[in-house]
Design a protein around this ligand. Structure first.
Ligand code: ADE
Length: 229
């Protein structure tokens, strides 16, 4: 998979992309992630990428010119057309289902905005879909793009040591779209708290049953909204 990110702050991504799983996924060529600075496509010598909103109002709006020019440059970096996504609080909310869907694409082009938002002609002209990571407003789309990348890359075959580990994740079909069951590791007793007996029994059928029940109970208790879906 190839992921292009168009942003005013490529440096924002450097540390998270150079750690742990995301780093290894790039080193093993399972994913290629390319960052392009929108400001490099500004038309004037001040490298201006934003301007006042028509009709008045607070803040600045991202101008269409630099984003279009940047997009057209990035598009040509790979023959694959790719799915174009704007990160904005107005978008469709990201969930695990969406992450799974996106992880099946060959190429994603993520566009992270700053300021009060994008000139509307960016969305229309690029035929972009919009994604939000939640009902709160961030200072820009960079963290949202990073969240999408993180959620997607771990789903790519070969990224996690054990491909089964994504199957039992919270929100996955194996746990009925609800929360994951509780996990324990050594020691068997920690500060007086014991590992549930059943997990030490070696009875795999009973363990699976217990985990299913636990997953159901905690979903009911902590995230009943997931059961309504
Ligand atoms: N940009 C600002 N806030 C955002 C959000 N919640 N999701 C995606 N992009 C954003």
């Amino acid at each position: 998979m190839r992921i292009d990110v168009l942003t005013l702050f490529p440096q924002f991504f450097e540390s998270p992309l150079n750690c742990s799983i995301l780093k290894r996924a790039q080193e093993t060529h399972i994913v290629e992630i390319a960052l392009t600075d929108i400001r490099d496509f500004a038309a004037d010598k001040y490298r201006k990428v934003d301007d006042k909103p028509y009709g008045g109002g607070p803040g600045m709006v991202m101008m269409p010119g630099p984003v279009f020019d940047c997009f057209e440059h990035v598009s040509k970096l790979s023959p694959e057309k790719g799915r174009v996504i704007l990160l904005t609080p107005q978008g469709q909310r990201l969930d695990q289902k969406k992450a799974i869907e996106l992880s099946k694409e060959n190429r994603l082009i993520l566009i992270a905005g700053r300021y009060e938002g994008f000139d509307e002609r960016i969305r229309i002209g690029l035929g972009a879909e919009q994604i939000s990571i939640g009902d709160y407003v961030l200072n820009g789309g960079e963290l949202a793009a990073m969240v999408i990348i993180d959620a997607i890359v771990r789903l790519l075959p070969g990224v996690l040591g054990d491909d089964d580990s994504v199957k039992d994740d919270s929100f996955s079909e194996a746990v009925g779209g609800g929360l994951e069951y509780p996990q324990y590791t050594r020691p068997e007793v920690f500060r007086g708290m014991k590992v549930p007996e059943i997990l030490l029994s070696g009875d795999h059928k009973k363990i699976a049953q217990w985990r299913r029940q636990q997953a159901q109970d905690r979903t009911q208790k902590w995230r009943p909204d997931l059961l309504d879906k």
